[in-house]
Design a binder for this molecule. Structure first.
Ligand code: T1G
Length: 692
């Protein structure tokens, strides 16, 4: 589908029609130019209106064509815009719903713009690691002014059209039918000459150098590893300092540079990865779903409270069940405190505060949650406890209720078997803090119904989570991989590293937090409990004993005031601990290991490639459906740096052959068995292929 052409009286109407958001793909661009030629060659046509069919005016360049020959094939977006801007007949953009990126740039090339209220107006390219590459950096500041134009381009955030009604961006706001208003406007201006062009507007901003320098400093300070925001400032500066055509050329140069950067490819990978994650091959988009009008959560602890907040934030009433009144009150109190803190920061209005708190109620009786459409248990991570809860849920919950477990590692098939309705059982693994972390691992049991899975995917969007489907295995996707990462972290301590050296190296790579600071935050006893189970279940898997020795010293982390690091009361800063470093050095001696100096590169490779190799096993076992799902798990749940695109994407950028070569090197060291390449990784590397 491309664009339709139809004449309405003396006005030609070109309607973009490239679902889902009228991406300006090559075919659509060609159809617009064809439509313009028809209109210019038809004497009966006095003006042109361009609009979009369906749910958008246009969502911009068709990012599915990026890095493909089509993206740069004539007519490029530049050519299309020039054809419109140089038209001898007035062209009016009729804007509704979404006008973003190249879609807004197309509208800026028109002589006039009529908008419906409520349309999202944005140049979001910076969020894809690029910048508006079809004149947006030169035209938007000309209609909005230097400051507002720059802010929109550097932030990439949408602004509702009605907020821009008084600017030169829109000539008219259509209160009623948009097309009627646009056609009337087109007829009104049909004979107006000269045709107004945005490019002819002069930006008037006294002391613009000072403003631009201030902008450069501010943007440089906040853009981290991403080059695009600062380039946006430079491009907008050209709108003030250069002639229009020179500015366009300069913008193009910056755009071409940015589109090739790994950072931009990583951001585009994440953009598509987020959307691909909700696609399940054997569960089509039109699979029936179950209505979720009410929810229940078992357990008012940290996880249960955070999970409940997700439902309240989405406007879904939720009842929390606890065993004891005191625990229930404590849990509800923590929730209220969380909302109060958010309100104090001005991120929640008092009305919203009352509404959300009002949506969360408590009970001590299973009977009172029986009518909930979904129940999520967040009780202690022990199969015996889960068994009791699910047997009880099977007894009391209404037919058709979804029974979900927040388990982080246990077998969802076993849990489903505790009930007579395994088709209604699913894993919904939230990440702490559950009301903040975006990731939701949706664990599909062998018997989970397709409608239950489809409902869970729909619910994850409703509660603003990134839902990633996982099969059943120990640790699902994220925790199974982090297990190998943690093993390597422990081995590195025995061979010569200190906790802070490992943390610093991986944080320099871009992780939000290294393994040891993370352990102290989450609680080292959690891993201790899981390892004890693993020592029995999988005695062949070796671990460093350092983490056990630490726990035997009672150093569970911040919650005990001491962990891998020392802490001072009321201060969350992690201080290197002589006690712990002495324990590690002594342990190396006990093992007869001669400690050595280990480079940051080895630390990063051993931690990250351990993730990649386990991810390859997870892929080939079908636990994860695609490599980008694994990347989304790590980008949204484990603090993997966004500019590196996730572990599997990062491995692709390193080159899988190089990953395998590094692993072969580490396989010669201690615990070399951990470096046996997953067959899929070895195969792709040998064939020179990539995961994504
Ligand atoms: N091109 C192609 N497909 C797109 C698309 C685009 N620009 N935007 C969205 N989609 C797909 C998306 O993958 C999904 O596909 C479906 O549309 C619904 O998306 C020269 C070069 C427009 C606000 O960055 O912000 O122009 O999964 O689930 O919540 O300067 O999509 O259904 O198969 O997000 O209603 C700049 C990015 C491009 C806009 C709609 N434009 N898109 O949100 O639906 S670069 C953007 C969005 C550019 C020029 C440069 C949102 C949306 P599927 P969705 P939504």
């Amino acid at each position: 589908m491309t664009a339709e052409y139809k004449v309405n009286g003396a006005v030609a109407v070109i309607t973009l029609n490239n679902p889902p958001v009228n991406g300006l793909g090559h075919a659509t661009r060609s159809a617009i130019v064809d439509g313009m030629k028809k209109a210019l060659n038809d004497d009966a046509v006095k003006a042109v209106v361009i609009t979009g069919a369906g749910k958008a005016f246009s969502g911009g360049a068709d990012i599915k064509e990026f890095n493909s020959p089509k993206a740069m094939a004539e007519p490029t977006l530049h050519t299309v815009i020039n054809v419109i801007e140089n038209s001898t007949k007035p062209v009016v953009a009729a804007i509704h719903s979404v006008a973003m990126g190249g879609g807004l740039e197309l509208a800026l090339g028109c002589h006039y713009r009529v908008a419906a209220p409520g349309a999202q107006i944005a140049l979001p390219e910076v969020k894809l690691g690029i910048l508006p590459g079809a004149g947006g950096t030169q035209r938007l500041p000309r209609v909005l002014g230097l400051e507002m134009g720059l802010n929109m381009i550097v932030s990439g955030n949408p602004v509702p059209s009605e907020k821009l009604a008084k600017t030169a961006l829109f000539n008219e706001m259509a209160e009623g039918d948009l097309m009627e208003a646009a056609l009337a406007f087109a007829n009104k201006v049909a004979d107006v000459r000269p045709l107004p062009k945005v490019r002819d507007i002069k930006i008037d901003y006294p002391n613009y150098e000072g403003f631009l320098q201030f902008s450069r400093n501010t943007v440089k300070a906040m853009s981290g590893p991403f080059p695009a925001p600062l380039k946006c400032v430079e491009a907008v500066a050209a709108a003030v300092t250069m002639k229009f055509d020179d500015g366009i050329k300069f913008e193009r140069e910056l755009f071409v540079d940015l589109v090739q950067t790994t950072e931009s490819k990583a951001l585009r990978h994440a953009f598509f990865g987020e959307r691909a994650a909700s696609k399940v091959p054997d569960v089509p988009d039109d699979t029936p779903t179950r209505a979720i009008k009410s929810a229940a959560v078992i357990g008012a602890g940290t996880m249960g409270g955070g999970i409940a907040m997700n439902f309240a934030n989405a406007g879904i009433p939720v009842k929390i069940l606890e065993m004891k009144q005191e625990a229930l009150e404590k849990g509800l109190g923590v929730i209220r405190k969380n909302y109060e803190n958010t309100m104090k920061k001005g991120k929640l209005t008092p009305e919203k505060f009352e509404q959300r708190v009002g949506l969360i109620t408590g009970t001590l009786s299973y009977e009172e949650i029986a009518q909930a459409d979904i129940v999520i248990e967040a009780v202690f991570e022990d199969i015996g406890v889960k068994e009791q809860v699910f047997k009880k849920l099977d007894e009391v919950m209404k037919q058709g209720a979804i029974l979900a477990s927040n388990t982080s590692t246990l077998d969802v098939n076993k849990i489903a078997a505790f009930t007579k309705r395994p088709q209604d059982v699913i894993g919904l693994h939230f990440f702490s803090p559950a009301n903040v972390m975006k990731l939701l691992e949706i664990v599909r049991g062998e018997k989970t119904g397709k409608d239950v899975l489809a409902t869970a995917l729909q619910l994850s969007k409703k509660i603003k989570k990134t839902g990633v489907v996982s099969g059943v295995c120990d640790g699902f996707i994220g925790n199974r991989m982090i297990e190998q990462y943690s093993r390597q972290a422990g081995f590195l301590l025995e061979e010569g590293c200190t906790p802070e050296q490992v943390d610093k190296a991986i944080e320099k790579f871009g992780f939000a937090m290294g393994p040891f600071r993370m352990g102290d935050l989450a609680g080292n006893d959690i891993g201790w409990y899981i390892r004890k189970r693993r020592y029995i279940e999988k005695p062949e898997v070796t671990y460093s004993k350092t983490a056990d020795l630490l726990c035997e010293m009672g150093r569970f982390g911040q919650k005990t005031g001491a962990g891998w690091y020392d802490y001072k009361p009321g201060d969350r800063k992690a201080y290197p601990s002589q006690v712990v470093n002495d324990m590690i050095v002594k342990h190396s001696a006990d093992l007869g290991i001669e400690r050595r100096k280990i480079s940051d590169q080895e630390i990063v490779e051993r931690l990250v490639f351990a993730l990649v190799n386990e991810g390859a096993y997870i892929l080939e076992e079908g636990i994860a459906m695609r490599a980008s799902d694994i990347d989304m798990v790590y980008l949204t749940g484990y603090g993997f740096p966004l500019f590196r695109g996730g572990p599997m994407f990062y491995a692709d950028t390193v080159g899988l052959q190089n990953v395998v070569m590094s692993m072969e090197k580490y396989a010669k060291g201690r615990h070399g068995d951990a470096w046996k390449p997953a067959p899929l990784l070895a195969k792709l590397a040998a064939e020179g292929k990539t995961f994504n």
